[in-house]
Write a protein that binds this ligand. Sequence first.
Ligand SMILES: [Zn+2]
Length: 314
Amino acid sequence: MSTIAPFSTWPIQTETLRPLYAALAEGRVPHAVLLAGSSEDTAELAAFITRLLLCTAPGAPCGRCWACLQGDRHPDAIRAVPDEHGVVKTAAIEQVQQRLSRTSHTGGRLVYTIPGVDLLNAVAANRLLKTLEEPNPSVVALLTATQPQNVLPTILSRCFIYSVQPRGTHAVWDDLLPEIPAKEETLSAEESFAAASKAVVQWAQTLLQGREGPVLLADSLLEAAAEMGVDVFLRLLAMYLRDVAHVQAGDREHVAVSDWQADLTRHARTVPMDRLYRAIPIVLEARVRLRSHVAPALNLERMCIRLREVLHGV
Ligand SMILES: [Zn+2]
């Protein structure tokens, strides 16, 4: 893929999509993207991004090359077909997987779309997870969800999530990074974010070292999260663990926060990748439980017990 068309040509141009545009413009194509928003908006955007990724001319999607002229009929654009209730069934996911097991018609990418991953039943979601767990550099997954909080956490942890709604509408992951408002007038929003992310990285270090017990870990988390709130803390923690796993896999391009680089390098040596990937959903699940008003201290203690089990086998 050469250059891509300007952001102003995108069918939807919320600020939350700008990081996705920037990544694609720099040639950093995520292997899995989750678009959160109404089914109409996410379908339109997924079709547009598919054309962009398959276009072979400058200014993608150029609208003129052979790939662009194929539109939805492009043989390397694969879409799971939902049933009459709008739900993608296991059989439809299997059909996509069969197609992915064959090579692309054009020698380029394969781009597949699974609409409504928040509606998948457990069997279908786990089938999809299998494919996401074995990323192929020439395959791109475009997933969509109206209610991202209902998506299986293990699927969420493998995706870059972009909201198609304007800022202000609420979703569990409305965009890549949480906005952390400045608490005091003396601190800018950037300084508040830097302080929050430093607190998360420090806590993650204690966790990854594995010497602290769950009760003390939970206590220190509550203390470290006092300013930003536990919800933001857990969201940053899940992102940090995902970035440690990215660095371990040799993928520095998809690291979410560049300030983390030095810490990521150190922490990437501490715990095997498969253990990190098992830890991320535990953090996301604790975050969901927190929203249903489970007592925070108990909830966090339970999370720390499970994190220690998967990370250190204790
Ligand atoms: Zn084109």
